[in-house]
Structure formats: C-alpha cells, structure tokens
Design a protein around this ligand. Structure first.
Ligand code: 1AG
Length: 135
C-alpha cells in the first residue's frame, strides 16, 4: 500500500520552533504568540497532488503542490519570503527544498504509525514536530 498522508493531524510536540523562527527572522512578539499555538495539519493527497493546510487560532498557512514540480512559494503570514520550492519523494518521505534568500531551507514529512512527523530546517536550525491523527 502506498503511503497516504490525507487526514487531520493535531500537534503533540514541537521542539526548537523558537530557534527556527529566529533563523527565519521572525520578530519577538510574533514568536511569542506563534510559540503558544497548537497547530493542526489538514492534508489532502490525490496521488502526487497535495494540499497541506496548517491551521491555528492566529494564522493559517496553505500550500498546494505536485510532487516533482517546482513552483514559486510565497510564505504569506509566516516570513513573507518568496522561494523556488520543490517537493520530492524519498521512498515514503516527502522532502521539500525551499530555495531563496535563506540557506538550507526546507522540510521533510513522514508517517510513523499514527503519527505525522515534520522536520523544518532553516540555516543551522531544525525544528521537529509530531502530529497525531484526530479521532
Ligand atoms: C510548513 O510546514 C510550515 C508551516 O511549511 C508553518 C510552520 C511554521 C511557521 C514558520 C515561521 C513562523 C512565522 C510566523 C509565525 C506566525 C504564525 C504561525 C502559524 C503557523 C502555525 C505554527 C511544511 C508543510 C506544509 O507542512 O507547509
């Protein structure tokens, strides 16, 4: 069975998010709010086509992509930068490269049991988040 990321996922852990946000240049006040959030991911996968909604009480962030197709991503409501972005499969992992002003920027998603894992990287900082399926 190929992997299916579709579903609604609630965050259960968030390690080093503060330093990731500092690396992105997010201001102090925004970091303090963002660090309190318990975001939810709502993912729809149809083959290689994805929509990933990151929902929170403060801001939402929506991303749509087809695996293997580069596109321009504007991180509206986050750091508001423009990246040339591509997501590829690495076996069952989704590996995203966000090419732009910030070095070494990207993320990787994978599934372990009923958990959705996410590592988000910017420069020398890696934030690790774990989400669980809503019941
Ligand atoms: C992402 O996930 C990250 C989406 O692309 C958002 C996660 C972190 C936010 C990044 C920087 C923080 C900047 C401003 C904070 C303001 C609001 C935060 C709202 C988001 C909730 C944490 C990869 C993939 C699809 O799942 O995008």
């Amino acid at each position: 069975m190929p992997v299916d990321y579709s579903g609604t996922w609630d965050i259960v852990s968030n390690v080093n998010f503060e330093k990731y946000m500092v690396a992105l240049g997010i201001d102090f006040a925004t970091r303090k709010i963002a660090g309190m959030l318990k975001p939810q991911k709502v993912i729809k996968q149809e083959g290689d086509c994805f929509t990933v909604k990151t929902l929170s009480t403060f801001r939402n962030y929506d991303l749509s992509f087809k695996v293997g197709e580069e596109f321009q991503e504007v991180t509206h409501g986050l750091d508001n930068r423009t990246c040339q972005t591509v997501v590829n499969w690495d076996n069952e992992k989704l590996v995203c490269v966000q090419r732009g002003e910030k070095k070494n920027r990207g993320w990787t998603h994978w599934i372990e049991g009923d958990e959705l894992h996410l590592e988000i990287t910017c420069e020398n900082q890696v934030c690790k988040q774990i989400y669980k399926r809503t019941v």
